[in-house]
Ligand binder design. Sequence first.
Ligand code: IYR
Length: 253
Amino acid sequence: KKEFRPWADQDLQDDTEITRGDDDEWVENNEEEDLAHVPYSPQRYPEETMLQRAKDFYSLMSQRRSVRFISPEPVPREVIDKVILTAGTAPSGAHTEPWTFVVVSDLDTKHKIRLIVEEEEEVNYRQRMGDKWVHDLARLRTNWIKEYLDVAPYLILIFKQTYGILPNGKKKTHYYNEISVSISCGILLASLQNVGLVTVTSTPLNCGPQLRLLLKRPANEKLLMLLPVGYPAADATVPDLKRKNLEEIMVAI
Ligand code: IYR
């Protein structure tokens, strides 16, 4: 029986690529370098300070919401640059840093992205997703019309590099590339929240190949996530969702 998994992107191979075609195209990672190890002693806080910082960070993050109504008001480019630099601090398999963040502010490119995403998402909602999934999303009032793709001052498209390409053209393995890039997206979301910007984690199903070509990204890169970024619109609304409490999400043994 054929599995029905409409959410599985047809292009996004979500395992580290192990089916290597031609063996001599691949090399060991960091073949020649001997890596020095250096002392590390980060900031340590008194216990009361730890608790206060834990509470403050929770308070900040608990205010994060997925926002689909974004203001066209400009956002300083330097803020976006630092937020992306922060996302790049994520841990990655064998420190391969398998991410590319494409930041789009050009109006024409944003509009082309909108046309690609809306055309594909309409097929997703009408055909690929199926009645149950569409029904499960109805209460979020999301559909295939994505006005934020034109309106948001920045679109950040996060690509995972399924393998690396060295200066000599050889390929190197990007272990756990999907989970590594997903962690960096989490840090990106936290950094955006930290500066008072909003976004919605959109995963445009089956738009990857077209968007990759539009943005002139190489074939080893696959679109993982698309984040429209800006200030919330003055009349923005969000669904009145509640989060699980600690007892529901934690098991202490
Ligand atoms: N990718 C679609 C559908 C969608 C899926 C889930 I799961 C959501 O939580 C929200 C939307 C879209 O972006 O509209």
